[in-house]
Design a protein around this ligand. Structure first.
Ligand SMILES: O=P(O)(O)OC[C@H](O)CO
Length: 442
């Protein structure tokens, strides 16, 4: 499917120069330390990452970071697996949230908690929901970096043309069906498109309080079974299919890039997409139409739920020399600092992981100018943390996501009913989980 940071969002400009630099960090004395940082931020978000690296390198004399773009999140994971145990492994790796369990089980990383304890780093300055996602058994395994959730993007001009209130994006499945119908009926565009991206399913399930796997989403004990075929999944796929069958929505396949292109070209009225794309989508619509944003929809009778922290976090690899790992920690602290998080947020749409970033004047000014940036923040803050919204922890999550994408396709393409497709997916995921668990327990 699609990877992360696939090209939208971002912007140029200067990153913060005054963030807490590594020279305060305590580790780096003596010779210059080189840190190799593998990441998956493409397109304009890549430029933002590179700017932050340049600024960090210029802010102190002890550590030099080299950022290497490794393709999509999936590509990066494959390359990392291939590098494990070789001399080509990086010092620091950005890993999407669904790769977390694999990283922990691989035993190739140094727990971030070690550096936090060593430095008496104050974790309370970070957003609690975000920290909680990456915390297992009370310890933080990796440092959150780019954090997102999925939101609804609306073309406000198409809403007006369809006689809809552009200030009121649909909140429920039924409302979305009606709004999309109305837009399609104008003959100007298709009402909606959702890329067949397993992440959206994960988010839509959590939004209905549903877990993806058993054992409290794999957080109270290793997950042993998939639960994607519960009522929430069936309801979601039934709605999605009806949208397409009734021509309220159009299917454009798996790539989120295709969905974004259609939205930016004014060909569809609504899409689901990561907040990572907010800056890019707002910029590309300028002069053409106004972009509105709304929360992820849910069934009107859906159970209480919310969104899962998406995006990726940073992992320090344990086969690198200690001083190199400490140098990576200095860079990690820099990235988490309020000024740098403010810069990152404004230029991408990822939200700040550090609470104080919201107090930064640049963030306040940006929110005023682009109120769309508030939606994901509110959606995150209104989400109550529970095992559904904390997200699943499974070693085979990347594979599970692709299996679910296959199931969505089977339903949209009339090959199977939602129940049949999800039962099949669930069985396949369960079998993969059980195989994986055998290897972990050995
Ligand atoms: O595209 P991103 O970075 O918002 O990430 C979306 C998903 O969480 C990746 O697994």
């Amino acid at each position: 499917a699609c990877g992360g940071g696939d090209g939208s969002g971002g912007g140029g400009g200067n990153a913060a120069k005054e963030a807490n630099g590594a020279d305060k960090g305590g580790s780096s004395s003596g010779a210059l330390k080189k840190v190799t940082f593998w990441h998956a931020m493409g397109g304009t978000n890549q430029k933002v990452v590179e700017q932050m690296v340049t600024d960090f390198n210029a802010s102190q004399k002890n550590v030099q970071v080299e950022a290497i773009y490794q393709g999509t999140y999936d590509d990066l994971l494959s390359k990392l697996k291939a590098s494990m145990g070789s001399k080509d492994s990086p010092t620091l790796v950005q890993m999407y949230e669904i790769g977390s369990r694999f990283m922990m089980d691989s035993k190739t990383t140094t727990q971030m908690q070690k550096f936090i304890d060593m430095d008496k780093y104050d974790l309370s300055q970070l957003e609690p929901n975000i920290v909680s996602y990456y915390t297992h058994s009370g310890k933080l395994d990796s440092m959150p970096f780019n954090t997102s959730n999925a939101i609804l993007y609306c073309n406000k001009d198409l809403f007006k043309a369809a006689g809809l209130d552009p200030e009121k994006p649909p909140k429920t499945f039924d409302e979305l069906q009606k709004s999309a119908d109305a837009i399609t009926k104008t003959g100007k565009a298709s009402g909606a498109n959702f890329a067949i991206y397993g992440w959206f399913m994960e988010q839509l399930l959590a939004n209905q309080g549903a877990e993806y796997v058993n054992n409290s989403n794999g957080r109270s004990a290793l997950a042993t079974e998939s639960t994607v075929n519960g009522d929430a999944g069936i309801k979601t796929l039934t709605w999605w299919k009806n949208l397409v069958d009734s021509k309220a929505a159009i299917n454009l396949g798996r790539k989120t890039d295709d969905s974004k292109k259609a939205f930016s070209a004014g060909q569809v009225g609504m899409i689901l997409e990561s907040t990572a794309s907010l800056k890019g989508l707002v910029d590309s619509a300028q002069g053409k139409f106004e972009v509105g944003t709304g929360f992820l929809p849910k069934p009107s009778d859906g159970k209480e739920g919310g969104v899962i922290v998406g995006g990726a976090s940073l992992w320090i690899m344990n086969d690198r020399p200690d001083d190199e790992q400490k140098a990576a920690w200095d860079f990690v602290k820099y990235l988490a600092s309020p000024k740098v998080q403010a810069y990152w947020h404004i230029n991408t749409g990822y939200f700040p992981i550090t609470k104080a970033a919201y107090e930064d004047q640049t963030v306040k000014d940006n929110m005023k100018k682009f109120p769309q940036f508030q939606t994901a923040v509110d959606q995150l803050h209104q989400t109550k943390s529970n095992s559904a919204t904390q997200g699943a922890v499974i070693g085979v999550f990347p594979e599970a996501r692709q299996i679910v994408e296959g199931a969505i396709e089977e339903v949209i393409n009339n090959k199977k009913s939602p129940k049949e497709a999800l039962d099949g997916a669930s069985k396949e995921i369960t079998s993969k989980i059980q195989q994986y668990n055998k290897t972990v327990k050995q």
